[in-house]
Design a protein around this ligand. Sequence first.
Ligand SMILES: [Fe+2]
Length: 367
Amino acid sequence: MKENYNVVTLKGTPLILLGEMVSEGKIAPDFTATDNTGKEVRLSDFKGKHIIITSFPSINTPVCATQARRFNIKASSLGDDIVVLGISRDSQEDLHKFCAAEGIKSVVTLSDRKYGDFGERYGFLVKDKDILARGTVIVDKDGEIIYAEYVPEITDEPLYEKALEALENHLLHNKFTLKPLPYAKNALAPYISAETIDFHYGKHLQTYINNLNNLLDGSPLKGKPLKEIILHSEGAMFNNAAQVFNHEFYFETLSPTPKTMPQGALMEAIEERWDNFENFKKEFSAAAISLFGSGWTWLAKDKEGVLHIIKSSNAETPLTAGYTPLMTIDVWEHAYYIDYRNRRAEYIDRIWNLLDWKTVEERYAGL
Ligand SMILES: [Fe+2]
């Protein structure tokens, strides 16, 4: 089973998560668990509803109890087309007792103890601990994941407001929200510091999102998917929409435990185009270093599946020319100035340690 490092800690001690972690934009995998009565329940039983899945280590700790209560209160006010599933590895008897004592009625409490299906398919299973990590996944009524949070420190509470804001923005306001990173903000060190993440992700990307939401107010593009907005806008709207896409794509390409080399069909395509991976790396790095001013360097495939290294200035993105982006390095100064000052070449040299080729392979395969 896949092991994920540097995502969560327990009182500061790093834990290993097992299984496939999920992210926004993907179709939610189905899973089977048992309810308080021991009955099998599947995610697909709730098809057509918006589903908040809140995962916690054990109902018998104060933070977990708070988590169940908070979502219970909110769930009862959200309406009939929203269901909240609380899931842990507690036994169904323990969950039943807790819910009866606490009056938890609006949360469907599920146990992952019998099947371990949720833990594995959503990457919440903690290795050697027999518990689930803490976090929240929101699935919209079409089965798409619109929010995924793995709480970095397992004793902390989830970002209730952020999760509910994401859902409300999605349901009511058609607004974009900052997606939680699939790793802790200090997990990319020493190559990218927590301070850079604070500014680059927490301030720059947040600003692009805020600007985009403001510009969309009163626009016929409001409520459209991000890629559609990019393809049908210009000026400030295009710049902010494309920067949201480019940054989300960049942060999702990075991993504290990356697959460091591509394999299979992607590797064959790289070898066909550049003879070998080292040549490709050299050419890609040279393109990134030589890009004038602010912009991005991309690995992308065209409609025939041929790979290309593409340089784009400012907010430009290969999407507009019909390419499928596969990998990118942000070469705006704000991506590296805190850690590397003006030494762009050093930043580019070191960021190869964070580029996750598994993610790139999935994009190449169209997953
Ligand atoms: Fe950036």
